[in-house]
Ligand binder design. Structure first.
Ligand SMILES: Cc1ncc(C[n+]2csc(CCOP(=O)(O)OP(=O)(O)O)c2C)c(N)n1
Length: 456
């Protein structure tokens, strides 16, 4: 435990040095979660440093993406890359950006627009439990300011409804947001009651006590039938003298205070030299081998010339045919499956449909999570007008996950502004063939294609 505490302080030092080198970043946001990271990465999680996207390994999503330096520092300490690389933070030619992106082989999803990570984590956990049926667990770290986002609560609802006991949501409750204290500050009991009410096993812990954290993670691993939320009471800028728990330090390197703080942290270290802490590998490599490269229609389109078929019907028909040809084709919808015809996939395999209920932001986030590490090809449908509220999730996916495909199917019209490569939109009721068109474009690499838009 002493070594884990030392490691937490080393992570703090790394973050200060990196943000000093870049003259930007969020060292105080990193500091509040340092013990959480050291316990997770060097005690609790099971993963392979040699294969960061190994399918059987535990997953970690940093939903408060602005704390990227501590994520980078944890992987550097784990041995993935040399620690001096951290000094390239935010440089134009470095992939160590201010927020994590999947260009890094240890990042599954881009985060930074707050409120999105837990949905993605829930999608991964859903796949782990229901499709992979493997032992890996999914951890997601959320800021307390971030927890004001409605999408977080959509994801909490989804996760407990589907009994995702392989999911652990960690709330870094450091009392402060960007410009002022959060609405609940350190009112841990309110957090606990809310998380309990949302169906979680809610554990309040001292987020700077490595032993308490390790015990809570252990309890989470052994809790069946519901996900666990670890509500960690922390302090922003922990162990930074004259900065800890103070306002106006969000998103600022420490500047002329950096040396003094580093000296203070160095003085706290109990062990000089290598700590000898190594991540644990997965106990078993039990995630099945999955092939999503060979997705085609089980039988060719059989429309008659001149026949009028609504696009959504064609979508459902095509979806079912695709699902028949590949067991990893899945569909999600937000309680409109009988209008979008997504429910047709159930004729092939009812288990391959995920009802997301009327929570479109979460539905899109979950879909992104299900498709991470190439575990599934996810088709998402809803009425176009309701997809607009998931615009940010769509945007993030488009910017950061160019090589990962999720397919959105809109019923109704006029959503050109969402068109970007690697998304398929079927928006023209007359063009029933559109839903098929995608399968002929470059095999599994779906791309947008001909779109005419007119009303029926
Ligand atoms: C959706 C969204 N709104 C606003 C921001 C700008 N922003 C970045 S960090 C932050 C404060 C986050 O507070 P919290 O979640 O408590 O994290 P921490 O205090 O640990 O930095 C804000 C408002 C953002 N990144 N995303």
């Amino acid at each position: 435990m002493e070594k884990l505490q030392d490691l937490a302080n080393r992570l703090r030092i790394n973050c200060i040095q990196a943000t000093e080198a870049s003259k930007s970043g969020h060292p105080t946001s990193c500091s509040s979660m340092a013990e959480i990271m050291s316990v997770l990465f060097f005690h609790t999680m099971r993963y392979k440093v040699s294969a960061p996207r190994d399918p059987s390994s535990d997953r970690f999503i940093l939903s408060k993406g602005h704390a990227a330096p501590i994520l980078y520092a944890a992987w550097a300490e784990a041995g993935l890359f040399p620690a001096n690389e951290l000094l390239n933070l935010r440089k134009i030619d470095s992939d160590l950006e201010g927020h994590p992106t999947p260009r890094l082989n240890f990042v599954d999803v881009g985060t930074g627009s707050l409120g999105q990570g837990l949905s993605v984590a829930a999608g991964m956990a859903y796949v782990g439990k229901n499709f992979d049926k493997a032992n890996y667990r999914v951890y997601c770290l959320i800021g307390d300011g971030e927890a004001a986002e409605g999408s977080i609560w959509e994801a909490l609802h989804f996760s407990s409804y589907y009994k995702l006991d392989n999911l652990c949501a960690i709330f870094d409750i450091n009392r402060l947001g960007q410009s002022e204290p959060t609405s609940l500050q350190h009112n841990m009991e309110v957090y606990r009651k809310r998380l309990e009410a949302f169906g979680f096993n809610a554990l309040v812990v001292d987020g700077h006590d490595v032993e308490e954290l390790a015990k809570a993670f252990h309890e989470a691993q052994n809790t069946k039938g519901r996900p666990t939320a670890i509500l960690a009471k922390t302090f922003k800028g922990k162990y930074f003298p004259n900065i800890e728990d103070l306002e106006n330090w969000h998103g600022k390197p420490l500047g002329n205070k950096a040396n003094e703080v580093i000296q203070h942290l160095t003085g706290m270290l109990k062990n000089a030299g290598p700590l000898g802490l190594h991540p644990q590998k997965p106990l078993v490599d039990d995630a099945p081998v999955v092939d999503i490269s060979n997705v085609k229609l089980a039988s060719p389109p059989s429309y008659k010339l001149g026949e009028q078929v609504a696009t959504r019907v064609a979508y459902g028909t095509a979806l079912a045919k695709l699902a028949k040809s590949n067991p990893r084709v899945i569909a999600l919808d937000g309680d409109t499956k009988n209008s979008t015809y997504a429910e047709k996939i159930k004729t092939v395999d009812p288990a391959r449909f995920i009802e997301g209920f009327i929570a479109e932001q979460n539905v899109v986030g979950v879909a992104i999570g299900t498709a991470c590490r190439d575990r599934t090809i996810a088709f998402v449908s809803a009425f176009a007008t309701f997809f607009t509220r998931a615009f940010d999730q769509v945007k993030h996916k488009n910017i950061y996950q160019k090589n990962q495909d999720i397919i959105l199917n809109f019923k109704f019209r006029n959503f050109f502004y969402l068109l970007t490569p690697h998304f398929l939109f079927t928006i023209c009721p007359e063009e029933a063939i559109n839903s098929y068109g995608c399968y002929f474009t470059n095999k599994c690499k779906f791309r947008w294609f001909s779109l005419r838009c007119f009303d029926r």
